[in-house]
Design a protein around this ligand. Structure first.
Ligand SMILES: *Cc1c(COP(=O)(O)O)cnc(C)c1O
Length: 423
């Protein structure tokens, strides 16, 4: 009989199986230190680890779980779909129903294709944009994350408005050469990049609410400038709303800012906890996608009926009232965070970025001292049963399941740790 394995024992074995003991690097506690928590089971806004300790979860699987863990309605929908078959490799009614719901929430999605992750959605959107414009170069912003495909694991090279350099080994320099990298919150750099490369740019991609390097909220004028430059140069504007989509408003950041991109990518919430991604947008651009057009893109499990059921059950419950409640909650949780001396908690929708610094709009402006303070807070809050994403560069996520009881538990944790910090 195998003995029940606790957290540490599982991690020690995991280290023998997986690089860093994890299936995705952000799960390792490399930046905050310590051993990653192995989740045993999770419900609402809570989880229990393999040591039997319970936590209020502020990571929420990095975003998909806007209705909380193991939501009963989603589980019922998944169960029903499951009984009818796990995968067909053929069209089914659930993908049509989910597409209908998406169009009702996000009117600028005229045509779409389901894929299985955010990475895949972005990769495919770029290919469609390149096929449509018959151009090769793309433009991205430093500090925006778009998944791990080659062309996007790229940071700014030395000098303004130049080609990028790989941020990962294994990415050929040739791929990075096709990616122009611009700083966020830099209107002049953006202008220059388009002046130089505009005619060669197939697409410009941005997280309109950059939430993968902290929460680097941009000025509306900057996003408008990007929209105008793309229109002027015939460059496809792609909003990567894998995090912000269905999180900040029914129509995502596009709705909040009143800016319509040419294409959009979704992931996370759209699958309600199952692996789903989507790219879509203008129907003339999507017209290049196979089998209608020459851009090839396919997937054995794309439009998977069980995943579609989870996505649909989620989106059907996301009414305007849900967003206004979530936003009110976020306000309250952010305020509670700010009882810790020196901590600021900017937020947008139910995304909150607790950082010991304020007013950051660019990736290169995050100070290492602020991250060190975060690491200290992470550990202290963990001891008090509050689980934050294990990096100061990550945002915290609320869900509709973060209610009074959860807030009281969180607030107690804050009170317990705040004495350890000085402004
Ligand atoms: C999470 C994320 C991705 C990658 O999605 P995966 O499903 O992890 O591949 C891409 N873009 C943004 C903005 C994201 O937040």
């Amino acid at each position: 009989m195998s003995q029940l394995m606790n957290n540490e024992a599982l991690f020690q074995e995991a280290l023998t199986h997986f690089p860093g003991g994890v299936s995705s690097p952000v799960r390792a506690f490399k930046s905050v230190g310590g051993t990653p928590k192995f989740f045993k089971r999770a419900w609402d806004a809570w989880f229990e680890d393999e040591d039997g300790k319970t936590y209020v979860d502020l990571c929420m699987s990095w975003g998909p779980l806007i209705l909380g863990h193991a939501n009963a309605d989603i589980l019922a929908a998944v169960n029903e779909a499951m009984q009818e078959g796990l995968t067909f490799g053929a069209p089914s009614r659930r993908e049509v129903a989910l597409a209908r719901r998406i169009k009702a929430m996000v009117p600028h999605v005229e045509k779409m294709r389901f894929v299985s992750s955010g990475t895949e959605a972005v990769m495919s959107a770029l290919r469609a944009a390149r096929g449509f414009t018959k151009r090769d170069r793309i433009l991205k912003f430093e500090g925006c994350y778009h998944g791990h495909s080659d062309a996007l694991l790229v940071k700014a090279g030395s000098g303004l408005a130049t080609f990028g350099e790989p941020t990962s080994a294994g990415v050929p320099k040739g791929f990075a050469d096709l990616t122009v990298v611009v700083s966020l919150d830099d209107p002049e750099g953006l202008e220059q990049a388009f002046a130089k490369y505009g005619a060669e740019l197939a697409a410009a991609i941005i997280e309109p609410i950059p939430a993968n390097n902290g929460l680097l909220l941009q000025d509306l004028s900057f996003l408008k400038q990007l929209r105008e430059l793309c229109t002027k140069h015939g460059t496809v504007l792609i909003f990567d709303e894998v995090i912000s989509g269905f999180r900040v408003a029914p129509g995502g950041a596009a709705e909040i800012y009143g800016i319509t991109p040419d294409m959009v990518t979704f992931g996370k919430i759209i699958g309600g906890g199952m692996p789903v991604g989507l790219y879509g947008g203008r129907k003339d651009i999507m017209g290049v996608v196979s089998p209608d057009g020459p851009v090839y893109q396919a997937g054995t499990l794309s439009g998977n009926p069980v995943a579609m059921a989870a996505g649909l059950a989620t989106l059907e419950r996301l009414t305007p009232a849900v967003y206004s409640n979530l936003n009110t909650q976020a306000e309250r949780w952010a305020k509670a965070f700010e009882q810790i001396p020196g901590l600021h908690a900017p937020h947008m929708g139910s995304l909150i970025w607790p950082l010991f610094q304020s007013g950051v709009k660019r990736a290169d402006r995050v100070e290492s001292g602020a991250i060190l303070q975060f690491n200290k807070m992470h550990k202290l809050l963990l001891d008090h049963g509050v689980y934050l994403p294990p990096s100061g560069y990550e945002v915290a996520f609320l869900s509709t399941a973060h209610g009074e009881q959860e807030f009281a538990h969180f607030e107690k944790g804050i009170q317990a740790v705040k004495g350890a910090f000085s402004a």
